[in-house]
Write a protein that binds this ligand. Structure first.
Ligand SMILES: Cc1cc2nc3c(=O)[nH]c(=O)nc-3n(C[C@H](O)[C@H](O)[C@H](O)COP(=O)(O)OP(=O)(O)OC[C@H]3O[C@@H](n4cnc5c(N)ncnc54)[C@H](O)[C@@H]3O)c2cc1C
Length: 303
């Protein structure tokens, strides 16, 4: 009840107050704050992936602005020698408005990252975007085979088949590079597993398939059971450390994160920042007062 009341009234509170709830999960509003947060993580032997928070875009001009923002981010982060790469959501670049322009803009971003021998991760959005994002990834990988990766979601029933089909892009020279996550959107039961145990089973099944096929995997989860399952798969198949990394969201389960680093495994943290944090946080809190998890959800759900 109290959570619900807070969530409903929070949008009317001063921004500074809402920030108290959000700041644990968001690196700040400005590039400088994101750079500082990234440096602090780098100092703990953690690499980062930077995400600029964005609102649902209404026209292609906004997509161009987002593209220009990302080009600036890359310049700043490279100049500051941040150990990290870049994550983006294709809908912020017009995927659902004009997929060709979206491709052109993201290609520019990947080209910029490639100039610095760096890498761009295409986040996976809701199920209406999956075909488009796979197509986009295929086209980007054809142009920049080393510098782009995709996210795959274990809760989608189609994922094992997508992974098999995408193996045609894989080679020893240019291995596929995925982030494997559970998936955060609310999807119908016809297309997504709803039972948490089934999602976990599929997560580990997909992980074993990818690792034994020499695909690079960002193992993105805060679920202890999945992390233990990942250790088992890694040990069972003697998977080399260069073929995977663990990934977590900024501010979530720092103790578990440390326990993984202590085992000398690579860790990357997803660092979201930007002026749009307020709209995101308050809208999600209003929808569902499960505070923290919904601020986190808001990092991935557009509009
Ligand atoms: C690096 C990264 C990138 C991601 N990219 C995408 C993407 O592109 N597309 C997409 O659909 N989804 C993405 N996700 C979200 C993902 O799909 C899951 O929804 C999210 O990670 C929660 O699942 P989980 O595996 O952590 O397990 P959960 O079962 O949700 O959480 C496991 C445990 O972690 C702890 N925990 C989780 N959240 C919190 C919290 N807020 N505060 C404190 N403890 C917490 C709790 O102890 C919980 O029991 C990403 C996640 C990560 C880590």
């Amino acid at each position: 009840m109290i959570n619900k009341l807070i969530a409903q009234t929070l949008p009317y509170f001063p921004k500074k107050f809402v920030w108290i709830f959000s700041k644990k999960y968001i690196a700040g509003e400005t590039i400088e704050e994101a750079i500082l947060a990234s440096k602090q993580l780098n100092d703990k032997n953690i690499t980062v992936t930077i995400d600029l928070l964005g609102e649902f875009i209404k026209n292609i001009d906004e997509a161009r602005e987002n593209k220009n923002d990302y080009l600036k981010i890359i310049e700043h982060f490279e100049k500051n020698n941040i150990k990290g790469n870049y994550s983006l959501k294709p809908t912020s670049f017009g995927l659902l408005i004009d997929k060709d322009i979206c491709f052109k803009y993201i290609l520019e971003i990947v080209a910029k990252a490639a100039e610095h021998n760096n890498f761009v991760r295409v986040d996976m959005e809701d199920s209406s975007c999956v075909d488009l994002e796979i197509e986009l990834y295929r086209k980007l990988k054809a142009e920049y085979p080393k510098n782009v990766g995709l996210v795959v979601q274990a809760y989608l029933k189609r994922t094992p088949s997508d992974l098999e089909k995408l193996m045609d892009l894989h080679s020893d020279e240019f291995p596929l590079n995925y982030r494997l996550c559970k998936g955060i959107y609310v999807e119908p039961k016809e297309i997504a597993f709803k039972d948490p145990a089934k999602v976990n089973e599929m997560y580990l099944k997909n992980l074993e398939y990818l690792l034994t096929n020499k695909v690079f995997v960002g193992i993105a989860t805060h679920d202890k059971k999945l992390i233990e399952g990942a250790y088992e798969i890694i040990n069972k198949h003697n998977i080399p450390k260069e073929q995977f990394e663990f990934q977590m969201l900024y501010g979530v389960t720092p103790d578990l994160r440390k326990s993984i680093i202590d085992k000398a495994y690579s860790m990357r943290v997803y660092v979201p920042y930007g002026k749009e944090w307020f709209g995101y946080s308050t809208r999600r809190l209003k929808e569902n007062p499960k505070m923290a998890s919904h601020i986190i959800k808001s990092l991935f759900v557009r509009g």
